[in-house]
Design a protein around this ligand. Structure first.
Ligand SMILES: Nc1ncnc2c1ncn2[C@@H]1O[C@H](COP(=O)(O)OP(=O)(O)O)[C@@H](O)[C@H]1O
Ligand SMILES: CC(=O)OP(=O)(O)O
Ligand SMILES: [Mg+2]
Length: 420
């Protein structure tokens, strides 16, 4: 059974093609600059040179058509025919309160995903566009939705409700949902394996630090709190999103600069975070390099970002403890020893003893421990693999084995997987 996992973002489509019977990755790839213009596809196949092709994709349908053509025709082909694809797993960022686990998509499920799209305006519309595009190109193939929010549906009321008029929750479902659930789920299961414990016996803090950043407090294997909220804007300092701020600031700034609500929302989502602080960079590699060359604003940015990480570790230690481990994942968490070091410094009194040498060496892939041997709480770097969760859920749903994220035993076999 060959499964295609799709992650349709606003400007990109990431994909992974997996042969379930052979447990083999056939291809992984990415179409960038969808809609924006100047789009191109890059596909990696184990044991082959990367394939790259420039092709305009003014919409997601064209991007998905390009992906299917690349996988089936010409020099980058990995399967003989489109009919080899047995099912497609789609990342859906917001599932509201209705979806607590992955589901097969039918007209009613698609309608329910549409109903909550206003809660994730940057993410759900491209997810829906991807589902519609696949349905038109591969009409016979089952589509499965895997939700970012599902893993966090175990949060207790006291963690997911805000101190706002209660009828906002009753009328509009204003509450904390949390995102990156498949990543938190994946790394928590891998951390349990590294600890040699059942995941239901593990208390963890998982730190997904990429362009979007979120943290999760995990007690007995389930999410009990997470830093993103109603939308993916709350919590940590991100590439372009502000994370936690005084909620009075938007109103204040709207008055000061005569901004509309949409302009304000755009500033908080797209012009803030590390871009807002540095004024020029979203990529932490650029920021670290500039800081090393003496750029004061970039240095300050690293201090603000890592201080916020440290505060969340402290808060979630209180929420999830007694803790087994802190886990770092995603682009920054997997690769930036400096940001990890700045976040974990001086936490010995909490039982986290960073081993600076191990931490510096834990870059560029692989699962690593970065605390010293006697550290009461361990810290790990674990490369995330959200697509593998999609693939396992799709296979399990089609086989009738899948009940729920928490009850389902993942195998996470991807021996040939090359971390990004
Ligand atoms: N070696 C590195 N040092 C610091 N940051 C890095 C490094 N490699 C990647 N990153 C960061 O990872 C980010 C992307 O992470 P990723 O998880 O791929 O994000 P997303 O999936 O949200 O696009 C980049 O913006 C970059 O800042
Ligand atoms: C929910 C979210 O922030 O996703 P991403 O990191 O892909 O932007
Ligand atoms: Mg990501």
């Amino acid at each position: 059974m060959i499964i295609l996992a799709l992650n349709c973002g606003s400007s990109s489509v990431k994909y992974s093609l997996f042969d379930w019977a052979r447990k083999q990755t056939l291809a992984m790839g990415l179409v960038e600059r969808v809609i924006a213009g100047g789009s191109f596809i890059v596909q990696s196949v184990p044991g082959r040179e990367d394939f790259r092709l420039e092709k305009e994709c003014p919409d997601h349908e064209t991007a998905i058509d390009l992906i299917i053509r690349t996988m089936t025709e010409g020099p980058a082909a990995v399967i003989p025919d489109i009919s080899a694809i047995a099912a497609v797993g789609h990342r859906v960022v917001h599932g509201g309160e209705r979806f607590t686990c992955s589901v097969r998509i039918d007209a009613e499920v698609l309608e329910a995903i549409r109903e909550v799209q206003h809660l994730a305006p940057l993410h759900n519309p491209p997810n829906i566009a991807g589902i519609e595009a696949v349905s038109s190109v591969l009409p016979q193939v089952p589509n499965i939705a895997i939700f970012d929010t599902a893993f966090h549906q175990t949060m207790p009321r006291h963690a997911y409700l805000y101190a706002l008029p209660y009828n906002w929750y009753e009328r509009y479902r204003v509450r904390r949902y949390g995102f990156h659930g498949t990543s938190h789920l994946y790394v928590s299961k891998r951390a349990a394996a590294l600890l040699g414990k059942a995941s239901c016996d593990c208390n963890l803090i998982t730190m997904h630090i990429g362009n979007g950043v979120s943290h999760c407090a995990i007690r007995n294997g389930i999410s009990i709190d997470t830093s993103m909220g109603l939308t993916p804007l709350e919590g940590a300092v991100m590439g372009t999103r502000c994370g936690d701020i005084d909620p009075a600031i938007p109103h204040f700034m709207m008055k000061m600069e005569n901004l509309t609500p949409d302009e304000m929302d755009n500033l908080l989502n797209k012009k803030s975070g590390v871009l807002g602080i540095t004024g020029r960079f979203t990529d932490r590699r650029d920021i670290i390099q500039a800081a090393r060359q003496g750029d004061e604003r970039c240095r300050l940015c690293l201090e603000i970002e890592s201080y916020r990480l440290r505060k969340y570790i402290g808060a979630y230690l209180a929420a999830a403890g007694p803790l087994d481990a802190v886990v770092f994942t995603a682009g920054v968490g997997e690769n930036s020893w400096l940001i990890r070091q700045m976040a974990l410094q001086q936490l010995q009194h909490l039982g986290i003893h960073l081993d600076e040498q191990r931490n510096r060496e834990a870059v560029g892939g692989g699962e690593k421990i970065i605390t010293g041997d006697g550290s009461p709480i361990k810290a790990f770097v674990i490369p995330t693999d959200e697509e593998l969760v999609f693939i396992e859920d799709v296979a399990a749903i089609l086989d009738g084995r899948y009940a729920h994220h928490m009850e389902f035993t993942y195998s996470f076999a991807r021996p040939d997987f090359v971390p990004r």
